[in-house]
Every structure is written in structure tokens, then in C-alpha cells.
Design a binder for this molecule. Structure first.
Ligand SMILES: Nc1ncnc2c1ncn2[C@@H]1O[C@H](COP(=O)(O)OP(=O)(O)OP(=O)(O)O)[C@@H](O)[C@H]1O
Length: 313
């Protein structure tokens, strides 16, 4: 191992700490045919911070179409907001220097819902790990790269002998998703942006995955933005939660508080829609978001909401 390799490895888990991600008045509009205004506001003037110290898990929960993935894409720099900004260490991410942007890319790692889309089906899964080592300059030693890969696979409870050398279709969804976590483990970013990471996994693998996220926070100080529509997983990971509907965060706070004493009618309806194990208890059929919001805010909706209005049941 060269001195340079040692430096690259040594800075893992340290270089992004102390810098926060902040959304400042972020707005995202999309063109929408059929709406009165011609556009749809997917995210309304949203501001919140993700802190790296102390590391935290923040859940963003809301039903389909509420704007969660749009926020994830904006944080990851995959999409520029219509107005407002995302800052990292106080600087607008669209104005970072090359070196600062590299630091951001390294310290803000995504995990998406469908890992299959990330893997190239014609390459062995090893490539996802090897390319991260190369891209972020963890080591130039082939031997050390092998060690890093094995170490990280074990950290996410995968047997290197069983997964290395295989093609994506030869692994289960849970194994593929954990390979993405192994990649995160290798890079030790300050932040994980996890967009519906467990919604395609069965209950047992889901628990395993969530336990790993919690361990990453405790053992390596990684903060996670955990995006989900499923309140039971929010409850499981703990930390803080932000409830989002129609592109607005309507309630936020510690998970236990929001779950036990939900204040916003939308949060109350989300909670009421969690399936009950009691066969005699009825599961709320539909979430009437509009009714909930009328109770909270009166009939007026800000301009630009018509299209969203139209598509929420
Ligand atoms: N590129 C786009 N062009 C037009 N409309 C878009 C685009 N991306 C998202 N939208 C719309 O913005 C709104 C928010 O979408 P988004 O994907 O952020 O929601 P979500 O909460 O992540 O939902 P899901 O959980 O189903 O992915 C939706 O009405 C969606 O149709």
C-alpha cells in the first residue's frame, strides 16, 4: 500500500464530518399539461437541515407523489431546483469548486429503491464496488481493493464467497441492496440519501437493512435521510421524522412524539392507515388528504397546487 493510498483510506469517515446539508427555500416546479397553470409544484419552499454532527437519522415520510424523491434528487445534485438552494458546509452545491464537489459526491451517497437499475446486467456485481474504489481513489493496490471489498461485504452480512463473481440477476433483491450498502461502508460518507430503500424487500431483509443503517450511524457517524411511505419503518429506525404531503413538510419532530401525539390531520390519517394486526380492527380504506388539509388550513390552496390537487385521491 502506498502512502497516498493510506491517506485516501484514512480520511474515510472524517473529511465530511462537521459540514451540514441544508435545503433553503427549495421550490421545484414541473411542466404539467392539463393543469390550469401549466405547471405542477412538486416541492414548495422547503427548508430543513441534515446534520453530520451528531450523526442523525431523519425520515421523510409521505404518500406517493408527495415530493420525496424530488427532494432526494435535488440533494444529490441530480436535479437543479426551480428556486432556492441546497448548501453543503454553507455553500450552494451548484457553486462548489471541483474539489468541493468531489468532496460532496464522496460524502453524500445514494441508496435507491431498485438496486437492479444501478447494476449493469452484463457485469459482475464486483464492478459496483471496484468502481467506487477507483473513482474515489481508496487504493491502487489490487490486493488491498480485494480486502476492502471483502471487509465491507462482511459488514453488511454478506458472504464475499457467495456474492463476488456473480451477475446481478444471480442475487436476490436483498443481496443486491446490501451490495449498495457495502459500497457505502467502503466510502464512509457523512450522509446517506436512502430513497425507499426497503420497499421492495421482505420483512426480514428489511429489518436487516434498517439495522445496518442504524449501526452505520453508531459505528461510523453516518447520517441518513431515510425516505419512505411506510410509517412502521420510520418507527423502527427512530430519530426525527418529517411528514410531507403535496410538497410541503407539515409536521416534524422526534419519531416517538410525532407518532404518539400527531398534530397535523395528515399525520393522523397516515397513522390511521397503518394496517392493524387485529383482524377485528378495520384498515382505513383511503387517505383523504384534501379533507385533512381543509380541516387544517381552510379551503384556500396556494397557486400552482391545482395539478397536485387533481392527482391525489
Ligand atoms: N420530471 C418530472 N416531470 C414532471 N412531473 C414530475 C417529474 N418528477 C416528478 N414529478 C411529479 O412531481 C410530484 C412529486 O413526485 P415525486 O417522485 O417526488 O414523489 P414521491 O413522493 O417520491 O412519490 P413516489 O413515492 O411514488 O416516488 C408528482 O406529482 C410527480 O408526478
Amino acid at each position: 500500500m502506498t502512502a497516498q493510498d493510506t491517506r485516501a483510506e484514512d480520511t474515510r469517515g472524517r473529511d465530511g464530518r462537521g459540514k451540514d446539508i441544508e435545503l433553503r427555500q427549495v421550490v421545484q416546479r414541473f411542466h404539467a399539461r392539463g393543469s390550469a397553470t401549466g405547471f405542477l409544484t412538486a416541492v414548495h419552499e422547503t427548508s430543513f437541515a441534515l446534520r453530520s454532527e451528531p450523526p442523525q437519522i431523519v425520515s421523510l415520510v409521505g404518500q406517493s407523489g408527495s415530493g420525496k424523491s424530488t427532494i432526494a434528487r435535488i440533494i444529490l445534485g441530480l436535479q437543479a431546483p426551480t428556486s432556492g438552494a441546497v448548501t453543503y458546509g454553507g455553500k450552494d452545491i451548484s457553486k462548489l469548486s471541483r474539489a468541493e464537489y468531489d468532496d460532496y459526491r464522496r460524502n453524500v451517497q445514494p441508496v435507491f429503491q431498485d438496486p437492479y437499475a444501478i447494476f449493469n446486467p452484463v457485469y459482475r456485481v464486483d464492478r459496483v464496488l471496484r468502481s467506487a474504489i477507483r473513482k474515489f481513489g481508496l487504493t491502487r493496490s489490487k490486493e488491498r481493493a480485494g480486502e476492502l471489498m471483502e471487509e465491507s461485504l462482511r459488514a453488511v452480512k454478506l458472504d464475499p464467497g457467495q456474492v463476488l463473481g456473480r451477475y446481478p440477476h444471480q442475487l436476490s433483491g436483498g443481496q443486491r441492496q446490501r451490495i449498495m450498502l457495502a459500497r457505502v461502508h467502503m466510502l464512509r460518507p457523512a450522509f446517506i440519501i436512502a430513497d425507499e430503500p426497503v420497499s421492495m424487500l421482505d420483512a426480514q431483509v428489511r429489518k436487516l437493512f434498517l439495522d445496518i443503517l442504524v449501526d452505520f450511524r453508531r459505528d461510523y457517524g453516518m447520517s441518513t435521510l431515510f425516505i419512505t411511505h411506510d410509517l412502521s419503518t420510520v418507527y423502527y429506525v427512530g430519530g426525527d421524522v418529517k411528514v410531507i404531503t403535496k410538497g410541503r413538510v407539515v409536521e416534524q419532530g422526534p419519531v416517538s412524539e410525532v407518532m404518539h401525539t400527531p398534530k397535523h390531520p395528515y399525520t393522523q390519517l397516515l397513522l390511521a392507515s397503518v394496517p392493524q394486526p387485529d383482524p377485528d380492527a378495520r384498515w382505513t380504506d383511503r387517505i383523504d388528504v384534501d379533507q385533512a388539509e381543509r380541516e387544517e388550513a381552510g379551503p384556500e390552496l396556494p397557486p400552482g397546487d391545482e395539478a397536485l390537487e387533481a392527482r391525489v385521491p
